[in-house]
Design a protein around this ligand. Structure first.
Ligand SMILES: NC(=O)c1ccc[n+]([C@@H]2O[C@H](COP(=O)([O-])OP(=O)(O)OC[C@H]3O[C@@H](n4cnc5c(N)ncnc54)[C@H](OP(=O)(O)O)[C@@H]3O)[C@@H](O)[C@H]2O)c1
Length: 267
């Protein structure tokens, strides 16, 4: 049996990817289709998802389903759970998320709270639903998108870093809680990745390729609890490993400042 076949047989027939319309989520969705999974693609932009679904079924012998939801709205998160009930789901990638940047007290509070709804509340609700469901069926895989900023306070992206610390901590706990039920939980904590993320967060950064990051994430599932996908992510974490937490905060302050310099220049 080849590697792809083994991977699919371990988890099941269908995979759900949230935030599948671009960036890391899109790359993961394509790679799961390559492994033979039928894919449920979820995000807000129906046009983009329909186009992706057509591309996937053209390239791979799998089925797709598009479910359009704004996952920052809890009611729509519950609707998603309801709509995937009848699918033989084995793998869920909780990837939908966005970031903000700038001094927190000068930020738009509605946007910051909306970010918490998407990055934390939707993840809490979906991990609860799928964690239970996978435990009952005695197998499954849950991948959650954290970040390297999850491991210390990050001036200039304080609320975003806090939201990813939540995801990181939740996944570390769930890893052990769900292990006895044959459910693999993985936290993926990338450094900068070339996606739509920077534009939405009003940052400028050179990132790693989403397809390399996606490959690293998928190959880590079932092997460890946390992965730092991509060479740059590993180098950044390795470089910071002996720095005390307060020192990491100061380094992150500089990193984020360099990513938002264009705004100071424009002002
Ligand atoms: N790129 C990086 O440097 C980086 C680093 C560390 C961690 N991450 C994390 O990686 C994850 C994926 O981000 P990315 O870099 O791939 O960014 P991206 O290209 O902007 O993709 C974000 C995805 O989330 C979806 N999304 C955004 N708001 C949504 C909402 N309210 N409801 C449902 N879906 C929503 C977007 O689709 P629609 O707009 O169609 O809804 C899109 O598919 C995020 O959790 C991010 O925090 C990214």
């Amino acid at each position: 049996m080849d590697k792809n076949c083994k991977f699919k047989n371990k988890y099941g027939q269908w995979a759900l990817v949230t935030g599948a319309s671009s960036g890391i989520g899109a790359a993961i969705a394509y790679q799961l289709a390559e492994k033979g999974f039928n894919i449920i693609l979820c995000a807000r932009n129906q046009k983009k998802l329909d186009k992706m679904a057509r591309k996937i079924v053209f390239q791979y012998p799998v089925s797709t389903e598009v479910i359009t939801k704004d996952l920052s709205v809890l009611e729509q998160v519950h609707q998603l759970c309801e709509e995937v009930k009848s699918f033989e789901l084995g793998l869920v990638v909780l990837n939908a998320g966005f970031g903000t940047s700038g001094d927190y007290i000068n930020s738009d509070l509605d946007t910051e709270l909306n970010m918490l709804s998407l990055n934390c509340i939707s993840v809490a609700a979906l991990a609860h639903y799928f964690g239970r469901r996978f435990a009952e069926q005695g197998r499954g895989g849950l991948i959650m998108l954290s970040s390297i900023v999850a491991f210390q306070g990050t001036p200039g992206a304080a609320n975003y870093a806090a939201s990813k610390a939540y995801v990181q901590n939740l996944s570390e706990g769930l890893y052990h809680e769900l292990k006895p039920f044959n459910v693999d939980v993985l936290s993926a904590a990338p450094g900068p990745v070339e996606t739509g993320f920077a534009a939405r967060a009003n940052m400028q950064m050179e990132g790693q390729s989403p397809s390399i990051v996606a490959r690293d994430i998928l190959s880590s599932l079932g092997k460890r609890n946390t992965t730092f996908p991509g060479r740059v992510s590993k180098m950044l974490i390795f470089g910071l490993r002996s720095v005390p937490r307060w020192g990491k905060v100061l380094i992150m302050k500089k990193v984020i400042r360099s990513m938002t310099e264009h705004r100071q220049k424009a002002a």
